[in-house]
Write a protein that binds this ligand. Structure first.
Ligand code: KIV
Length: 271
């Protein structure tokens, strides 16, 4: 008999059931092994290897430059640290929009080489054929509507989306389409709370909100933002649980002082 206690892994089916049972879903990003281990141990239901890695890991202004190879590398690192959470990886800009065959190839690489459990892509009707192709290959797909950062140069700003009626109506119809196509969940980013509530009530798959109010079926935040590593980024929707920027810079400056003053290492720290 095994002495190890069985860890019940979260699947797309678990998330569907959580919506049915009205239990909120939690998702955070991670991009590396050590962080993924901590986030998983903290009990999050799903870990997203977001293409926000382009911003917080690589320092790019937008998510556009990150490549599929780079996203696969981040995903491999995260997967090695996770025992319980559902691991969802973003397909980056330019790897699924041009045609369904290319989209499927990108998704297959992310599953096969990255080891992701599911992929996430941005858009609705415009990428319908790509979503259908990926879902038909047996790959779980999470949609992403509202503020879709890969379209930033079309939007021109990171302000709240779908405040106007036409865009709000399209968002609801895209939500229904994503459900019909077989997506297992949809991320709703930076839209009015009332619209997110309506969207969540219109479909049976879970909605996971970021800046989309309290009535989504779950919430997602970027790890670096919620632990306060990013000093310059303070959108209204962000709740900071730590001030790691100050903690870490404080620790580093103490280390510098200790070395400069020959306080570190001391006798106990030497062989
Ligand atoms: O890339 C990302 O981190 C995301 C989340 C903001 C949902 O897509």
């Amino acid at each position: 008999m095994s002495v190890h206690s069985e860890i019940k892994k979260i699947t797309t089916e678990t998330l569907r059931k959580m919506k049915f049972d009205k239990e909120k879903i939690t998702m955070l990003t991670a991009y590396d092994f050590t962080t993924a281990k901590m986030v998983d141990a903290g009990g999050v239901d799903s870990i997203l290897i977001g293409d926000s890695a382009a911003n917080v890991m690589a320092g790019h202004e937008t998510t556009l430059p990150i490549t599929l190879d780079q996203m696969i590398y981040h995903t491999q690192c995260v997967v090695r640290g996770v025992e319980r959470a559902l691991v969802v990886a973003d397909l980056p800009f330019g790897t699924y929009q041009s045609n369904p065959e290319k989209a499927l190839d990108s998704a297959v690489r992310m599953m096969k080489e990255g080891g992701a459990h599911a992929i996430k892509i941005e858009g609705g009707k415009e990428i319908e054929d790509s979503i259908r192709k990926i879902v038909n290959a047996g790959i779980p797909v999470c949609g992403h509507l509202g503020l879709t950062p890969q379209s930033i140069y079309q939007f021109g700003t990171y302000k709240v989306r779908a405040k106007e009626e036409a865009e709000a109506e399209k968002l609801i119809s895209d939500c229904k389409l994503l459900e019909e196509l077989g997506c297992f969940a949809v991320v709703l980013e930076k839209i009015p709370a009332a619209l997110a509530k309506k969207a969540s009530e219109s479909i049976s798959i879970p909605t996971i909100g970021i800046g989309a109010g309290p009535d989504c079926d779950g919430q997602v935040l970027v790890y670096h933002d919620m632990v306060g590593m990013n000093q310059g980024f303070s959108p209204k929707f962000l709740r900071r649980y730590l001030d790691l920027y100050s903690e870490i810079t404080g620790a580093v400056s103490q280390y510098v002082k200790d070395v400069k003053s020959s306080d570190f290492p001391n006798d106990k720290e030497s062989y």
